[in-house]
Design a protein around this ligand. Sequence first.
Ligand SMILES: [Zn+2]
Length: 413
Amino acid sequence: MKKILGIAAQLLLCLIFCLAGLRSASAQNLVIQHARVIVGNGNVIDDGSIVIRDGRIASVSAGNAGARGAQTIDARGFSAVPGFIDAHRHIFPRGDAEKWLKTDAAASMQQFLDAGYTTLLSGAGPVPGILELKQMIDSGKMKGPRIIASEAIPLRNITPDEARAQVRKYAGMGIRFIGEEALSDKPTPGELEILRAMVDESKKISGVWVMVHAVTPEAMMDSVSAGAPLLVHTPHFGWVTQAQAQQVAAAHVLELSTIGFGVPVFGVFANDNKPRFRDGAPWPSGVINDEGLGQSAGYKAVNARTVWDAGVIYGYGTDTNYEPKAGLSHELRSLNLMFSPQDLIKLMGPNTAAFIQMSDQLGTLEPGKLADIVLVAGNPLDGYWNLLNTRVVIKGGVIVSDQRKNPAPAKDN
Ligand SMILES: [Zn+2]
């Protein structure tokens, strides 16, 4: 009996160790070798390796990681950067959401992946469309970036109790980001009463945040006073003072760029070298919420630097709906006026991950985080344009775009 127990114990031990051995061999499933690793926390490894296991980054190190039995990417000449996050993106075009889901969504989602986007926070709904899209991607039925849903609540023709009920309803549907529709340039007491109710109700539910489009410094300060934790816009109608920027920082409110808003777009809506607004209307007359001369392009850029220098955690958002890579190129070109390449890495990586409340999962290439990685040709620290040379995109440890043979060209840069 003792002998049998002994053999059984040995078998059990073998089983445990053998299985453990098998697991580490098969799960160590992707290794990137010889990449310039731009970690996103300020560190850069000139010739580095990233080992990916079970969809997460297992290790990041200088030199050759030498992981056997894993698929290997030779990334000589490439830089590895954290997967791009657009924290305010209008994903669905206007019109029939259901039809778009059936006919166009798959191609659109692949365009996002090809541009390097691995996570999108949807700029308000539509519900249920956005939840259906998220479900299709999460379940593997469609390839696409990680989708974070949101929905907006109107600030007019609604009572505070109705606004609270809507916050609870959307939270109950799994929507963690609640937008507003839409705070005025000069917010009225009625709008602010609704906004305060939304914020108050959201704070009773863990993991739910209110995000506001504030288009003027006045609206930004009112939104901060109302307790809203997130601003999806940089004000584009009037100058933000240093004192205002410091108040935003002191309130720990996070803010997104969207500074391409007033900057003319070229070569996207027509190849005629004419400046256009982001919906294809002529620039500057077609710029909405502008004084008519395209001033918003200047206001936004300068205000962006003002809030950044005051210490606001400032992330990346485009607030647009046109072609992903052209939108990326346009927003980066606009940001380039005021931010260094190092700033851009911080802005797009850890800062945007903080905005979407996923700092522990995304935003840098560090062990334990989700393996969302973009390999680009060249060095993005030499210039933003190198963030457009997408070659390989990895989401959760899976290669979702491989353009090593046929790189997609970038427009508007
Ligand atoms: Zn928006």
